[in-house]
Design a protein around this ligand. Structure first.
Ligand code: NAP
Length: 282
């Protein structure tokens, strides 16, 4: 089996390549240096030359606030780029695994979202990722759509890294406590994604580490485990106005994983522990 992973210079793509290599699967990781998602001809030429059996599509425009100022660029990469890639996958009879986000949901209430629940993104990034999903659903039969949230991994910036950096200069931090979701360690997720592309259990999935928390709880747990003496004061989102609205409820139901015979990911506190160890070792 031959797998192409987009977004290798990002958090998730990097770990997907590492996981597939570990399994002895032939894999190639690509970034915008190899082809841009906004360049259909370059993408087609690359794909026709490599001819993968599966694509794990991690690459995306991920600057959520900036997307409010340049929604066309975000849409061109996340929606149109995904549509082009899906068309090529269809022509090459190649499986496609598209990474999506909790941001496709309206993010209200307290219930866990099931994969088929009503979509209504509250920002431009979320809309572009939803349009990417729609393209995959429309064009492909051999697809996986995997919605994830609150990502952290060794190869990039993320909330935990930011908290550790702030701990160097702060004894007290205010962090929002009215957005609830599940952190996702890319190293854990990569194991599941590799299992998926090696299977033919196509469909729509949610995948995050187990358990839910607020950003304030994630910060406090990070400091506790890292042995940092930083006091976390919980505040509402209104104390931190951002250009893009964030969903308050990012609870994703993962029952779909068990139903398909996939294993759920470990608890988020355990993932944080292993991530801090990984940072230390690097
Ligand atoms: N981060 C989160 O909290 C989060 C939450 C939910 C879902 N997701 C989704 O999870 C996936 C992985 O996220 P991540 O945090 O690993 O992303 P990331 O670290 O921001 O990396 C983004 C990747 O996309 C590539 N890329 C950007 N624009 C491109 C273009 N025009 N053509 C080709 N490649 C391009 C980048 O390559 P270059 O280095 O070449 O620019 C980079 O490798 C994304 O699909 C994202 O939407 C993320």
């Amino acid at each position: 089996m031959k797998v192409l992973v987009t977004g290798v210079t990002g958090q998730l793509g990097y770990d997907c390549v590492r996981e597939l290599e570990k399994r002895g699967i032939e894999v190639r990781g690509v970034s915008s240096r190899d082809f841009s998602l906004t360049d259909p001809v370059g993408m087609q030429n690359y794909m026709e030359a490599y001819r993968p059996d599966a694509v794990i599509h991690c690459a995306a425009y991920t600057a959520v606030d900036k997307a409010e100022d340049e929604p066309e660029i975000c849409e061109a990469i996340n929606a149109e780029g995904t549509r082009q890639l899906a068309m090529i996958c269809r022509d090459l009879d190649c499986k496609m695994l598209y990474i999506s986000t909790d941001y496709v949901f309206p993010g209200v209430g307290e219930a866990y979202y099931e994969p088929d629940d009503i979509k209504d993104p509250c920002n431009a990034y979320g809309r572009s990722k939803l349009h990417g999903e729609e393209a995959v659903l429309e064009l492909l039969e051999k697809y996986f759509i995997v919605r994830i949230s609150w990502v952290f991994g060794i190869n990039g910036k993320n909330f935990i890294r930011t908290m550790l950096k702030l701990a160097e200069t702060h004894k007290e931090l205010t962090v929002v406590n009215d957005q609830i979701g599940s952190p996702t360690y890319t190293r854990d997720l990569a194991v599941l994604l590799a299992d998926m592309v090696q299977s033919d259990k196509y469909g729509m999935y949610h995948a995050t580490n187990e358990g839910v928390c607020s950003w304030a709880e994630l910060a406090a747990e990070t400091f506790r485990q890292a042995g940092k003496d930083v006091k976390v004061t919980p505040v509402p989102s209104s104390a931190y106005p951002t250009k893009a609205v964030r969903p308050k409820n990012s609870r994703l139901s993962k029952d779909c994983l068990e139903k398909a015979g996939f294993k759920r990911l470990p608890k988020w506190q355990d993932a944080v522990k292993r991530y801090l160890k990984e940072i230390k070792e690097n």
